[in-house]
Write a protein that binds this ligand. Structure first.
Ligand code: EPU
Length: 420
């Protein structure tokens, strides 16, 4: 039997991508939405959910806790009428990091939650202290029992909480817990990513009272209970950004339907600095280089800064830009494993501490490479699209986690890509 991980993606590069591609719903936002559904006993229907393996994994985590979950294409229905367990299953949780988001809802609804350390991409140390500080501030006792982290509180109470770091999952988890707490919670230095904002919109559609206080501050007025909702997931800005970068790197002309300009300001600003024409159209963004690509410098930081998830795809695109580009990674301490793969394809790319230096343009050559994680995978795909000859990418299960039907969508843009 051929498994997804045994497959290879084979790219014959050198063709400018042209045409229109539509992105799926946001992977991360959809995962938060599935977890949010645990906060109510009523049915929650989610639409525009991406058809990727992570959604099935998260559904398993929820089912194990007693929720009924059905997946029908891009529509996912969850009914957590009764939660039968307070402990998330270790094996399932190891499959994806977002599974730790069951903590907030379990704690809020049952007064107790336990979860082993979650899995996820190996992109640096990924602590959970922000989650715990938030739960503790709401009145929970947090302990480590065996392999699992446990949080307990008979009644959560709203308070003012300062986050040391605007952790994305930490913000969502603590907001989940605070929706059913007594009184009002204010989070200072909360994450402001569009996926967090969407999670708040979904919770409000379920009857929560969450308001944006500006300046990375969120107010959550606790309510007695939440109800069901029918909600559509926002487009995936990272998938959109990746297709824009594919168009740019191949010196093509690509329209990305679902690229929301307000979610991609930091990328658009850098693309324009690179001499790329970026034009909004109804429902998306169009990119086409306006002369030779120029080198740029950037820092990957929390939103609205340049997204760390677009660091490696951008690194790959910058191999085609004239001059020396520098990317300084300020979110993760190990997001550089795409660098060695690009180097093996002929890129002049080096690292120093948390910085990546790229000298371009480089004539890349196809070879055998690896997708180390979902975004490092996107980077080698971009390099493969630019390279002469055949690029064979292994471990593409990582790529499939974030990019539904990547090969099919690239073929429609004129790329020579196949699965073997
Ligand atoms: N951090 C802390 N304390 C914490 C949590 C995080 O110091 O309690 C630090 C981490 O060490 C890291 C930084 O904060 O340096 C970022 O971590 P964050 O918690 O914000 O990331 P996350 O919530 O675990 C989500 C996405 C990631 C994305 C980041 C940043 C999901 C499932 N994951 O992770 O997505 O890179 O936010 O935007 O939503 C991806 O899709 O490729 C991906 C890795």
């Amino acid at each position: 039997m051929t498994t997804a991980t045994a497959q290879r993606l084979v790219i014959r590069g050198g063709r400018p991508l042209r045409g229109r591609v539509a992105v799926s719903g946001s992977k991360n936002a959809a995962l938060y939405a599935l977890a949010a559904a645990l906060l109510t006993a009523e049915p929650v229907t989610l639409r525009n959910v991406p058809e990727i393996a992570d959604i099935g994994e998260m559904a398993e985590v929820l089912r194990d806790l007693g929720a009924a979950v059905s997946i029908d294409g891009a529509t996912v229905s969850i009914e957590a009428r009764e939660l039968t367990k307070t402990v998330a299953d270790a094996e399932r949780v190891a499959a994806l990091r977002a599974s730790f988001l069951v903590m907030g809802p379990l704690l809020a609804r049952l007064g107790e939650a336990a979860c082993p350390p979650p899995g996820g991409d190996v992109i640096g140390s990924r602590p959970l202290d922000v989650h715990f500080a938030g739960f503790k501030a709401l009145g929970a006792a947090v302990t480590r029992e065996g392999a699992a982290y446990v949080a307990r509180s008979p009644r959560l109470r709203g308070t003012r909480i300062f986050f040391d770091y605007p952790s994305v999952l930490g913000t969502v988890n603590v907001i989940f817990a605070a929706t059913l707490a007594e009184g009002t919670t204010t989070i200072i230095n909360a994450a402001a990513e569009p996926e967090v904002e969407m999670a708040c919109d979904l919770l409000n559609a379920m009857g929560a009272r969450i308001t944006d206080g500006g300046n990375n501050t969120v107010h959550i007025e606790g309510v007695e209970r939440l109800h069901g909702a029918d909600f559509s997931i926002i487009p995936d800005r990272i998938e959109a950004g990746t297709y824009l970068l594919m168009g740019v790197a191949t010196l093509g002309d690509v329209e990305v339907v679902g690229a929301v300009p307000e979610h991609l300001d930091s990328l658009v600003a850098k693309l324009r600095e690179m001499s790329v024409r970026v034009d909004p159209f109804e429902g998306g963004l169009r990119v086409r280089p306006d002369g030779p690509l120029q080198a740029v410098q950037l820092q990957a930081v929390p939103y609205p800064g340049f997204a760390t998830d677009l660091h490696s795809p951008m690194g790959a695109a910058l191999t085609q830009a004239h001059g020396v580009s520098v990317i300084h990674e300020r979110v993760y301490d190990n997001r550089m494993n795409y660098v060695g793969e690009l180097r093996s394809m002929g890129a002049r790319i080096t690292t120093a501490g948390q910085s990546v230096m790229i000298e371009g343009p480089s004539a890349l050559v196809g070879t055998a490479v690896r997708a180390h994680d979902v975004r490092a995978g996107a980077a080698v795909v971009i390099a493969g699209l630019c390279a002469e000859g055949e690029t064979v990418i292994r471990d593409i299960g990582h790529i499939d986690r974030g990019y539904a039907d990547l090969d099919v969508r690239l073929q429609a843009l004129g790329a020579d890509v196949s699965r073997r």
